[in-house]
Design a protein around this ligand. Sequence first.
Ligand code: PHE
Length: 450
Amino acid sequence: MSAPRGEFSSRFGFLMAASGSAVGLGNIWGFPTNTASNGGAAFLFTYIVLAFAIAYPALMAELIIGRHAKANAVTALRGLARGPLTRALGGMVGYAGMITVSLILSFYAIVSGWMLAMTMASLANLLQFDAAADWLATGSVVRDAIFTLGFMLMTLWVVTAGVSNGIEKWASRLMPSLFIILVCLIIYVFTLDGAMEGLRMYLVPDFSRMLEPGLVVSAMGQAFFSLSLGVGTMLIYGSYINRRENLPALGRMVTLLDISVAVTAGLLILPAMTVALNLGVPIYDEQGGLIAGPGLIISVLPALFDQIGLAGILVSLAFFILMTIASLTSSISMLEVPLAYVVENYNTSRRRVGTWLTLGITAISLLIVFNFDTLFDLVVSLTTEYSQPLLGFFFAIFAGWIWHRNGILQEIRQGSENVEHTMFWRIWPVYVKFVVPVAILAIYLQTLLG
Ligand code: PHE
């Protein structure tokens, strides 16, 4: 019917693509600021536990279903169904994932557009094009519209080149650069006065807050968003993995990489905030909370960079390149979800589908840009707090209850020879059946009621 399916050409390529999807704005600013406003190391600890205990098993469900079906989420979930009812449910979950991921991309592209604009602003500063730098660094509807579109076109360009020639190739180039830039920036920040305060804020736990329900909910949401779960992204990446690869090991690596980058990014962002405070840049909002979210990245940090002269311009350039790379390797994994579905079901090309999807998603982004105050937070919370965990719940139900146990064990066995002797083999099937759905449901209800 359609062209042969794409496949990652190497293990390294898959690891870079999947960790590229996972590592994004969620790690480099969501995680550090969440940590800072939720009791420092108490949040860090809860997050690490939840990421391994709930998010890793959920990630495995998506990877295993994807590689088994070698298809998009709708086809994959329908294929596991046992009757008309579960078939309909599978279709609904798959479609809901595509809608959710398209909406996530529509707000993600706006924020990524800011990162792109700030990269250009730093360049303009370096070249002493002061007027251009000012315009680029000042938020306006026109600037945001232009850079959102620019970022979406970059995403489209990578994705249309294909799985191994586009996604894998670019992730393999960009992710190592991301690691290097991150480490260099951390080393630099620690040479500045005041960094130690931030480190203390990050690593000294406020244990009294550790079991606060609000903290657990945020840590869980953070883990789901960060590992790109629930929306079919990891399922589709799983579907491009060769049957000779050891899935539990790959999933573990992706989880480890994602957590390490988040934890490492905390060593950059929190010390940078206290350095800024030390230089007189305000880092608390009117309510006395830390300035988190957009305000941090586009006001606090730039104000800090301004204070440190020429080095500041270079650091700012490196920082916003880092953010743009993190965004791009995530956005390509989002666009791939609806794109793969259409390409696999209708006889048409990646370029054509990609172009239409890009137009549609950019249109939604522009709607948000023009009604920022009413729409932005709404779309973010609907998709990441409600839709993602709920869909993650259904993926666990499909892996644990609907798919026949023998089928799933057989898929795990492919490519992992001695898997029968591992903890994963013994624990995961039971775990994904009971613990994961119950935990998600409990936390989901909390968000609803809270
Ligand atoms: N994991 C990405 C981040 O941390 C966001 C993402 C969500 C990517 C859903 C793909 C799908 O920024």
